[in-house]
Design a protein around this ligand. Sequence first.
Ligand code: DLL
Length: 432
Amino acid sequence: MIWNERIECATRDEMRIIQSERLSETVKRIYHSVPYYRKKMQDAGLTPNDIEDIDDLRKLPFTTKIDLRDNYPFGLFTVPMSEIVRLHASSGTTGKPTVVGYTRKDIQMWAEVVTRSLCMAGVHRNDIVQIAYGYGLFTGGLGLHYGTENLGASVIPISGGNTTKQIQLMEDFGSSVLCCTPSYALNIAEVIKEMKVDISKLKLRVGIFGAEPWSEAMRKEIESKLKIKAIDIYGLSEIVGPGVSCECEEQCGMHINEDHFLPEVIDPETLEPVAPGEIGELVFSTITKEGLPLLRYRTRDLTRLHYEECACGRTLVRMEKCKGRSDDMLIIRGVNVFPSQIETVLLNMSEVEPHYLIIIDREGTLDTMSLMVEVQEQFFSDEIRKLQELRIKITKQLESVLGISVNVKLVEPKTIERTAGKAKRVIDNRSI
Ligand code: DLL
């Protein structure tokens, strides 16, 4: 089912008109209510009248996480606190969290885009939706929650963790949809096997997974282990949370709810738009948000956009699965390495488990990269010679894909810590 056909199947011209009107209204509101933005626009020699349609977007200055930090906690809100009904925050790796505020209307809009996303994933009113994203300051739990209720499906607000209970409720309540991070989905699959639960007796049919990068190989792994269709959902707290975009059942890119979040793709070095269809950094302008509208917010996520109509009938632009983040990119001895490249190599090998940890060190002036990866139970109990052969095989494959040497360490199953939220895949011990 398409939740909002008028919007989700609008023609490009119709969408352009909606976006242009909303953009110019947002710019006016921001200019008149937030001194920080007014100054930024004035410094760029702009007044709100300069932004009439979406082609003028390029004139506007970018916004980054630093702007949010500098105005911590509420400095960029465009309404008085009496209008803010909800606060969320995302913890960065360093320093203060990024705080976001929603008005009542923002919460309704968020529910709408999540409901659209659920429909894209093939979820309907009769479904029982187990929400195993964390509830709390993280946007995952409550974001999916409001959207699911708005759709009219039944919510199990279990939050993350307590894996045996997750599985027990899955069996007892007949959950048909699971929402969590892809790494937690794998963790759940592992525990289902340990508990000797018969997967064919579960009613699970769809998983809505996001909040962290995951490769196509990881999707296949989850789909075969849990016997479900695994759908990718994307979002970031600053823009709204989950529901910025989501895959439909065609699984060929995530449809961006572009009547609310206007996307661009730029070259992170030159900050110029990339040629259509090229990979670059995704940038969003929110064009309906009241509490914390953001103009040209740099996500750091790398992807490309597809404007052709999708087989599902939706015309909403699609973004490809994220290739990684520009700030996740590891530069090792001058070579650019993305954790997703390593994940793809590992998941294409049947001998290893999809659990790994990348450790970067600096010895003298030389960067070194080590990789811990779990070996399947039956291989681990094999003779040393076989393990040695496997280690060499992985090392060679990684070297041919990455172009640098990697010190591979095979470890027993369950050695690497499991999480109920976003997985930590990289430890960088280099002091910069
Ligand atoms: O992770 C919101 C969310 C919750 C999305 C639940 C999907 C499901 P933040 O904690 O602010 O918000 O983290 C945002 O996570 O910039 C991406 O780098 C990454 N991310 C989110 N979804 C995906 C995805 C939530 N589907 C940051 N694929 C974003 C790859 C993702 N990366």
